[in-house]
Design a protein around this ligand. Sequence first.
Ligand code: NDP
Ligand code: GDR
Length: 323
Amino acid sequence: MKTALITGITGQDGAYLAQLLLEKGYKVCGLAPRRSTNVNWRLQYLGIENEVELLDGDITDISSITRSINKVKPTEFYNLAAQSFVGSSWEQPITTSQVTGMGVLNALEAIRQNDTTIKFYQASTSEMFGLIQEDKQSESTPFYPRSPYGVAKLYGHWMTVNYRESFNMFCSSGILFNHESPLRGIEFVTRKVTDAVARIKLGKQNELRLGNIDSKRDWGFAGDYVKAMWLMLQQDTPDDYVVATGETTTVRDMCKIAFEHVGLHYENYVVIDPKFYRPAEVDILLGDPSKAKKNLGWEASTKLDSLIKMMVEADLKRVEMEQ
Ligand code: NDP
Ligand code: GDR
């Protein structure tokens, strides 16, 4: 039986990945920091809370990673832990760098010092492209991150490449573009919109305050994207892959889809609030996933339209339950 150790298991991707690996017969363990509130709601939502083994630990504390590795002896290590909200990374640049950047090095070092046969996946991101150098971003597009989060991720990305090249370790990096789901954190724009649409429809909210709605993102479904993570670690050789849909949409048009799904017009509810503008913006992201298709046989199977409708439906149910 294969064993996976997932950092960030209580996050959106961690929960979907845990579910996928359980279906594939893995023993699934997760490194999770102690929190004072319930952070297991996503695992509960998927009905797998009691099927995964959670280990107390923090990606900034290498001793806790080493202890976890020696305890569960994973065959695969998925490093998803991060301070992942771009907006907060300007407010907390140092914590973001420690968790999202140095955390990767802690994981790589713990593997190097204990068991170099463990296959390692790093959650890299399209935010590393930042100020776009090419119309469609592929594995060979130059990086130019635009936030402390993007800079920290780039450090982690290059460390992953460096450990692969220096120590012959199996380290792969997935350069994933935005991916969403009903399990997305409420601070990210898609979920903020679908939650607001549900509340407005049910008479619990009057308006939705947003920042820059002209930025464009290549949005996919998280449930599809965790399959690409797994596929990367099943290859004969480690490599880096862009994972994206190959289509891009403005925040404005995404809002339109969400509001229209419940028979409303976004123009009547969306208020632009400078508070949500970022010090530096990534204006447009559009991924070229052809390498993932060719080498991994992976393709995004969920269109933005059905993704947003799925999220609105889930939020309508949630808000109704609250009532
Ligand atoms: P989430 O923010 O939902 O999950 C992040 C996870 O990391 C949470 O479980 C969080 O726990 C955990 N975490 C935070 N700090 C620490 C720490 N110090 N030690 C251990 N764990 C910690 O992100 P997603 O699931 O959306 O993303 C997963 C990964 O993929 C992240 O690294 C993200 O940066 C990256 N990524 C995400 C994309 C997306 O569109 N979703 C695109 C590209 C990359 P807690 O909640 O308790 O703080
Ligand atoms: P992003 O996602 O920064 O791309 O990072 P987010 O959903 O936060 O922003 C997307 C775009 O929407 C604009 N925007 C707003 N964003 C938020 N959160 N709230 C608002 O009110 C708002 N109004 C407009 C933003 O300016 C931006 O242009 C996500 C995260 O999951 C990262 O961890 C991951 O690496 C990248 O996707 C790929």
